[in-house]
Design a protein around this ligand. Structure first.
Ligand SMILES: [Zn+2]
Length: 71
């Protein structure tokens, strides 16, 4: 499920969020649009975060799957 991806020279951990687990509205950093509850999407955070995994996790962002793909 969880995977690692490289974007612009940085390593990110990417966690797919299933539709039934998406229960809040998130703002997608890719398009500034809302990710509505019940929408499958992804959460991504920096895997090589300078402050460590806990900080990186706190900084995670929710993206539309397609916005992340083209980001
Ligand atoms: Zn988006």
């Amino acid at each position: 499920m969880r995977r690692t991806e490289f974007k612009r020279g940085r390593e990110y951990t990417v966690q797919p969020i299933r539709a039934e687990r998406a229960q809040k509205v998130y703002t997608c950093p890719g398009c500034s649009g809302d990710i509505m509850p019940g929408t499958a999407h992804i959460a991504a955070w920096q895997a090589d975060h300078i402050m460590g995994d806990a900080s990186a996790l706190a900084d995670r962002r929710h993206w539309h799957s397609h916005c992340w793909k083209i980001a």
